[in-house]
Structures are given as structure tokens and as C-alpha cells.
Design a protein around this ligand. Structure first.
Ligand SMILES: Nc1ncnc2c1ncn2[C@@H]1O[C@H](COP(=O)(O)OP(=O)(O)O)[C@@H](O)[C@H]1O
Ligand SMILES: CC(=O)N[C@@H](CCC(=O)OP(=O)(O)O)C(=O)O
Length: 254
């Protein structure tokens, strides 16, 4: 059986993913069984703006009231999930779109009262994903979780992808975003470990949506995941067989 590779497609890039990206993904599909998790922050922002609801974030996480949660469901579980499922099919990858709340895929609980209906993942229904994978499908997951009482939660896409990768015993996790990797003074950092990333957050070199991304990368490396790479979805991200981006490593930083 092929090794599983979890790919998180950031909302920053979803609308602009083109042939170069899908060709890279198709190439990976030869060697790996793909599982896709997506975000959709800009799409949520747009809907909130249309509805006159202010956008509020803390450390890259959206403060989620009941009315914000409704917009999250509409954007992520509806538009974004189905658009990505369709694009994968257009590029020859049979996809099965669903949300984390379907079949207890992402069981969740409230992360922090101050953030409202923002969830953290308690467990992942790995069996459900394995059965889809076994049928040759690429699961495409919207990061909306649910608790045992049936309450929905907005989960950061990066965090959800890390939890899915860990639960599936995936060795590799790929974050596809709109920058070439973690940048410092305009230059891409090739490898970074927890100590370096923590200090870059402290120095406010890493801000906004890059914070949950690097934190999810570091957290997933504590389990079975061996390799996390942050890559640019605007380009083909594999050159000469190598991933182009920032590799987040377990080891001591060089
Ligand atoms: N040090 C950094 N290096 C690269 N990007 C950074 C950094 N600090 C903040 N960012 C921001 O993080 C963004 C990526 O996070 P986010 O917008 O949440 O992406 P996505 O939607 O792909 O998950 C970049 O577009 C950039 O504006
Ligand atoms: C709790 C939280 O912040 N959830 C995210 C979910 C979408 C997401 O993660 O989108 P990106 O990939 O574009 O960052 C949000 O509401 O924006």
C-alpha cells in the first residue's frame, strides 16, 4: 500500500491554484495516497463582509460567534469544499469532499472560551478515511468539527491537517500556501526547527496565519510525521524531484 501524504491547501491560494500545482499533485499521486485538507479564510472574510459582520482574529485564529460559524459552514463546507473537489476531478484525481463534522471525522471541543466556537481536534475517524482511500478516492476535508452533543466548531485548517496526518500515521505533511515558505528579511528559510520558529514568532517575524501553520507543523512532528514542508501553491512546488519550500524539522536547527 502507498504511503499517505496529507496536503493542506491554504485559503490564501485556493482561488489561484493552477495547472502547475495540480501537475505537482498528480506527480505525487503516483507515489502517495493523498488526503487533502483545505482552509478558506479569505472566502469566509468575503462572506462576512457581505453580511456586514466584522472579522476578528487572535494569533491567526478567527473569533467565531454563532453568526460567524454560519458563514464558516457556508464557505468551507459548501463553496470551497466543492470547488476543490471539482478541480481535483478536472485534473484526473477522483475526490470525495466532506466536512470534519460528517461521520465524526473530526471530533472536536472548544479551544478557548475567548474564541467562541473555535474547536480543537479530540479525535479523527481514521477508519472512515482509510475506507475512502481503499476505494481509490482522495478525501477532501473542510475543517469544521463536531462534538458529541452535535455542536459544530470552526477549526483552523493547519491544525486540522496536522491532526489528520498524525491520526493516519502519515510520514509527510505538506502545507500549500501563497508564499515560498517561512520568510525572514524577504528570504526563504530552508529548514527550521521549533526553537527557531518560536524565536521568529517572538520577534514578530512570523505573524498572522503563519503562526498556526508552523505550530501545527511542530506539533505533528511530535508523532509519526517525519517531514513537514511549507510550499508555494503558485508554482510547481517540486523541482528535480525535490520539494521547494521550508522544511520544518525535529532536529537542532543549523
Ligand atoms: N515570516 C513569514 N513568512 C511567510 N509568510 C508569513 C510570515 N509571517 C506572516 N506570514 C503571512 O502568512 C501568510 C500565510 O498564512 P495564511 O494567510 O493563513 O495562509 P493559508 O491561507 O495559505 O493558510 C502569508 O501570506 C504571509 O502574509
Ligand atoms: C479557527 C480558524 O481560524 N479557522 C479558520 C478556518 C479556515 C482556514 O484555516 O483557512 P486558511 O487556510 O485560509 O488559513 C478561519 O476561520 O479562517
Amino acid at each position: 500500500m502507498k504511503e499517505i501524504l496529507v496536503v493542506k491547501c491554504g485559503g490564501s491560494i485556493l482561488a489561484r491554484l493552477g495547472t502547475a500545482f495540480f501537475q505537482s499533485l498528480r506527480g505525487l499521486q503516483q507515489d502517495y495516497q493523498l488526503v487533502v485538507v483545505h482552509g478558506g479564510g479569505p472566502e469566509i472574510d468575503e462572506l462576512l463582509q457581505l453580511r456586514g459582520i466584522p472579522v476578528e482574529k487572535k494569533n491567526g485564529l478567527r473569533v467565531t460567534s454563532a453568526e460567524v460559524l454560519e458563514a464558516v459552514q457556508m464557505s468551507l463546507c459548501g463553496l470551497v469544499n466543492k470547488q476543490l473537489t471539482a478541480k481535483l476531478k478536472q485534473h484526473g484525481m477522483p475526490a470525495f469532499g466532506m466536512a470534519g463534522c460528517d461521520g465524526d471525522l473530526l471530533l472536536a471541543r472548544q479551544l478557548d472560551e475567548e474564541l467562541g466556537f473555535v474547536g480543537e481536534v479530540v479525535s479523527v475517524n481514521a477508519g472512515l478515511l482509510h475506507s475512502l482511500i481503499g476505494k481509490g478516492l482522495v478525501p477532501v476535508i473542510a475543517p469544521v468539527g463536531i462534538d458529541e452533543a452535535g455542536q459544530l466548531y470552526n477549526i483552523n485548517g493547519d491544525t486540522a491537517a496536522g491532526a489528520v496526518a498524525s491520526a493516519l500515521g502519515a510520514k509527510q505533511l505538506l502545507f500549500v500556501t501563497d508564499v515560498p515558505g517561512v520568510l525572514q528579511d524577504g528570504k526563504m528559510i530552508e529548514t527550521a526547527d521549533k526553537a527557531l520558529l518560536d524565536s521568529l514568532i517572538e520577534q514578530e517575524v512570523i505573524t498572522g496565519g503563519m503562526i498556526p501553520k508552523v505550530q501545527a507543523a511542530v506539533a505533528s512532528l511530535q508523532g509519526d510525521v517525519e517531514r513537514v514542508v511549507i510550499v508555494d501553491g503558485l508554482r510547481g512546488f517540486i523541482q528535480d524531484g525535490c520539494m521547494q519550500g521550508t522544511a520544518v524539522t525535529k532536529g537542532v536547527n543549523v
